[in-house]
Design a protein around this ligand. Sequence first.
Ligand SMILES: NC(=O)C1=CN([C@@H]2O[C@H](COP(=O)(O)OP(=O)(O)OC[C@H]3O[C@@H](n4cnc5c(N)ncnc54)[C@H](OP(=O)(O)O)[C@@H]3O)[C@@H](O)[C@H]2O)C=CC1
Ligand SMILES: Nc1nc2c(ncn2[C@@H]2O[C@H](COP(=O)(O)O)[C@@H](O)[C@H]2O)c(=O)[nH]1
Length: 327
Amino acid sequence: MDNVFDYEDIQLIPNKCIVNSRSECDTSIMFGGFKFKLPVVPANMQTIIDESIAINLAENGYFYIMHRFNPETRAEFIKNMHSRKLIASISVGVKEEEYTFIEQLAVEELIPEFITIDIAHGHSNAVINMIKHIKQHLPQSFVIAGNVGTPEAVRELENAGADATKVGIGPGKVCITKIKTGFGTGGWQLAALRWCAKAATKPIIADGGIRTNGDIAKSVRFGASMVMIGSLFAGHEESPGQTVVKDGKMFKEYFGSASEFQKGEKKNVEGKKMYVEHKGSLMDTLVEMEQDLQSSISYAGGSKLESIRTVDYVVVKNSIFNGDKVY
Ligand SMILES: NC(=O)C1=CN([C@@H]2O[C@H](COP(=O)(O)OP(=O)(O)OC[C@H]3O[C@@H](n4cnc5c(N)ncnc54)[C@H](OP(=O)(O)O)[C@@H]3O)[C@@H](O)[C@H]2O)C=CC1
Ligand SMILES: Nc1nc2c(ncn2[C@@H]2O[C@H](COP(=O)(O)O)[C@@H](O)[C@H]2O)c(=O)[nH]1
């Protein structure tokens, strides 16, 4: 792979504006047969989403993926979402008990609209076999498989039956995979996204490394249908992480799904725990993301999200922030 770059190395080039107001720009996206307000999904991590956030997101027209770290509650979760006439979107792993869980859902006719296979190294027979198992027992569910970082992996998971693949190994804020293993897309996630998207015949989710709202537009430009975000969603008042006060300032905890804290043991740890600044309500952030993306669309010279996909860009290595802080 030549010419790699990451989010902060890229600037998109504006086209002539065709709208009179940014409010005319439509940020919505069709994904898995449903329409969502934004091409954004909060990460399926324990400090990012819980059941009440999932309900809030679904009720307000946003996509969500519930995490898999309270496995015994998942069937009830699906029932609860469906009783409210909301989509059910869950995560699974690849261990033996997950196979039984999928079979149980089929027997009980509890069919989630979305199932995400959430594994660190998704280019594996373990994930391929789980995709096939889900497709055999729950053929109506839309299967998202990941995480991967190469076109070959995207093609293999798509061929196994995945309806979308999730790209990003190691670019996350609480990720230490890149440090502990030497592998991943950390530092060149945006280029990896482009590389994978070129091979994809189905939607791609860009996962990890989003640090500013402008990175959402850049992800769309380089091939993402959906963008998964952790750290930017960790600091809200409703975020499930603990709130702590340090020197009179409020913070929220944010920990990796492969952290010692999440796993309860120091085995194959590839994540860490950190604290992010407390920042008000989740809905305010989503509204701001929508407004910023509407503005991106207007700079792209269109009125729909699609217009971002074809804009020109320049690579300005590590210089776009010019020493400025983001906020
Ligand atoms: N996006 C990213 O960059 C990363 C994300 N994560 C997140 O951390 C969580 C834990 O992930 P994960 O450890 O996969 O989940 P699990 O701990 O549930 O592992 C799932 C299974 O995959 C096996 N496995 C995991 N990694 C590898 C590997 N590199 N090679 C071979 N087998 C492997 C595990 O076996 P065993 O443990 O015995 O090897 C286990 O049987 C997930 O939520 C994941 O999204 C973690 C790292 C990177
Ligand atoms: N290497 C690890 N990656 C992890 C872990 N827990 C989650 N993740 C990934 O990070 C993104 C969120 O990234 P952010 O930059 O938006 O904060 C998340 O969706 C996972 O793919 C982990 O323990 N190790």
